[in-house]
Design a protein. Structure first.
Length: 128
């Protein structure tokens, strides 16, 4: 979702983000930050995009990985495995962060829809 906000690819996502300012806290998992930084490393020529992301990172709290998140990960991964559904490890880490933070996960990634029994998932990029 952060990519859609920063790049402007989703007007709906940007509108939802702006509408949420002032009455809710927007935060970013350090796992999401890592994924974005990986993407930026694959595009060294994208200096303007890198600058925009750095400004965004400076404007929101970035949630650290800690023992509470590790506990949520263990429980979530066990529960997901019991359902027979699969999710990438990185997506499980991000979802665990949302669960441990008692947060709503905002994502356009369809794989997260398998997690709705475990956490609330919202898609701000409905226009894509």
């Amino acid at each position: 979702m952060i990519s859609y906000l920063v790049s402007g690819r989703s007007r709906a996502a940007r509108r939802s983000y702006l509408d949420s300012e002032g009455y809710t806290t927007i935060a970013l998992s350090v796992i999401s930050e890592a994924e974005i930084r990986f993407g930026l490393e694959t595009r060294p020529e994208a200096t303007r995009l890198r600058t925009t992301f750095e400004e965004f990172f400076a404007s929101v709290p970035i949630l650290p990985w800690n023992s509470d998140v590790a506990k949520a990960y263990g429980k979530l991964r066990s529960a997901i495995n019991a359902t027979g559904k699969r999710l990438s490890v990185m997506d499980l880490l991000i979802a665990s962060h949302a669960i441990a933070s008692d947060a709503i996960l905002v994502s356009h990634e369809q794989a997260f829809q398998n997690l709705t029994p475990f956490l609330t998932v919202v898609d701000w990029a409905a226009d894509l």
